[in-house]
Design a protein around this ligand. Structure first.
Ligand SMILES: C[S@@+](CC[C@H](N)C(=O)[O-])C[C@H]1O[C@@H](n2cnc3c(N)ncnc32)[C@H](O)[C@@H]1O
Length: 257
């Protein structure tokens, strides 16, 4: 990893550490009171999916879409969530894969992992674990995952090719990815690319959607599909000189052989 890439990691990590630490650690009065949503979470997910999730989970939802539903998870599957944050997608996936399934959330930010583990303990979920690591070098064995999910994280990576190569390594043959992410149509200027604040806000690290899917193909993914692509104006604030910015959901497969 280059020094520039390390600096981006540090900047991104600092930002998400402060978001995690800014959340209340305390639980509210009763279990009922602890469940709830924030407005943004409601727009990302079908409301029924959020029933019974504690507000400490929904309130720390930092994604840009719902990668869980389009993953079509089955009981017993092993799922890896790249950049798991407070764990919302891991907990949603855990319900779908059931007691015989397993969900592994990977995140590089210790304060986020603490939040996710506290949420796990409060919910009493047993088929989820959170691992510290970078998505460019995942702490996961080869050919072990049925599904890789990610929600608004790969745009933050300074080495997206490494992320897709790692995803191919970790997936079983025939395994699939289900991604929700920020992409663009067109390029940011070099000046905007160098804006670390906006990179960490999931804006200027985003790349053109065609480049994104080409990187996936270069890594070996097949049947790459853009499930949907909607204007991301409600998530990021576009500025003059920026390309069009979208939240896209993308699926793809690792070949069987
Ligand atoms: C925008 S938040 C999304 C969190 C979660 N996916 C969600 O939907 O709420 C980005 C998360 O990815 C983590 N992250 C960013 N870049 C990463 C990297 N290169 N490796 C591992 N984790 C990363 C951050 O620590 C943060 O928790």
């Amino acid at each position: 990893m280059t020094q520039e890439q390390k600096s981006i990691h540090e900047f991104v990590q600092d930002r998400y550490a402060s978001i995690a630490l800014g959340q209340s650690n305390s639980c509210c009065g009763s279990d009922d009171d602890c469940c709830g949503t924030n407005d943004k979470t409601v727009t990302l997910y079908d409301a029924e999916m959020l029933v019974d999730l504690p507000v400490d989970v929904t309130g720390l939802s930092l994604g840009c879409g719902d990668p869980v539903t389009i993953a079509g998870l089955n009981a017993g599957e092993t799922v890896v969530d790249l950049g798991s944050g407070g764990g919302i997608d891991c907990f949603l996936a855990a319900r779908q894969v059931g007691a015989d399934g397993h969900v592994i959330g990977v995140d590089m930010t210790p304060a986020m992992l603490e939040k996710a583990n506290a949420n796990k303990a409060r919910m009493g979920v047993e088929n989820v674990e959170f691992r510290k690591g970078q998505i460019e070098a995942m702490p996961i064995d080869d050919n072990t995952a049925d599904v890789i999910m990610s929600n608004c994280v790969i745009n933050l990576s300074p080495d997206k090719r490494a992320v897709f190569n790692e995803a191919i390594r970790v997936l079983k043959p025939g395994g699939r990815v289900s991604i929700s992410d920020i992409v663009t149509e067109g390029e940011f200027t070099p000046e905007l690319r160098a804006d670390a604040e906006q990179w960490a806000e999931c804006v200027t690290g985003a790349i053109d959607v065609n480049e994104y899917t080409q990187m996936m193909a270069d890594a070996g993914f097949v049947d790459i599909a853009i499930v949907d692509k909607v204007d991301a104006g409600n998530i990021v604030t576009p500025q003059p000189g920026m390309p069009r910015i979208y939240s896209a959901r993308i699926t793809a497969y690792k070949p069987q052989a």
